[in-house]
Design a protein around this ligand. Sequence first.
Ligand SMILES: C[S@@+](CC[C@H](N)C(=O)[O-])C[C@H]1O[C@@H](n2cnc3c(N)ncnc32)[C@H](O)[C@@H]1O
Length: 257
Amino acid sequence: MTLKNMLHAFFNQTGIYIGKRPTVNGKANFSIDGFHYGFSFPSANYAPWRGDEAFMNIYNQIKSNTLVDIYRCYELWQLVQKVNSLDPEAAILEVGVWRGGTAGIMAQQLANQKSNAVLYLADTFTGVAKAGTNDSYYTGGEHSDTSQQIVEDVLNTKSNYPNYKILKGIFPDDTAHEIKPDEVFGLCHIDVDVYESAKDILEWVWDKLIPGGVVVFDDYGFHSCTGVAKLVDGYRHYPDRQIIHNLNGHAVMIKLK
Ligand SMILES: C[S@@+](CC[C@H](N)C(=O)[O-])C[C@H]1O[C@@H](n2cnc3c(N)ncnc32)[C@H](O)[C@@H]1O
């Protein structure tokens, strides 16, 4: 453990948080393209993941394979359990797998549920696709430091769920045809960083979602992904869905019927 980590651990135990929050030009409060960002640090402290042994076991195995923090990983863990209880046959789709961390969390929860639902895992494995004028930071090709083999190693050695299928290429354009036409979905985890990709995935999956099914946008709360906030906020007035902004950064879009 480094001296920095030791100091953090010591002060965090006493309730004093020491850490750096995101800034732009040295400021924690700023706006980009009309979206406001600021120091956000909820005072609530219920932390159920700490007592969830099964979750902590898989999280500790995959945490070096994910860019997603424990709060968002735990929300995925809980949502997989919930949608699987709504419809045990409903498939799960993740677009934006990178090195397989969040995929491993969802796979392990499906294994715990003794599910047979298919877990579809889509990634270009050549980085972010379809960055455009709606995106403030991404230009395309980021997060290419991965491979299908790395993801298969996580799935085969850390989580214990054989019923997954990797879709290599831009989703939906290149690989959606590999999914059987009558497949229905309980959960879609969209972690692709940019507007156009996220939009195409949402529009592809929406009619295939079960009532009560959920689309999770990993990137909604991050200033590097204003395109995703723009996309999700554009659906807020739609009567067929509820959209919740979780301060962990997720937007959770629930299909009402
Ligand atoms: C932030 S990473 C995903 C992080 C991952 N969920 C984790 O656990 O850390 C974003 C990934 O999205 C992929 N990606 C972006 N747009 C895509 C698209 N339209 N189809 C397939 N993959 C895409 C990139 O290749 C990249 O690996």
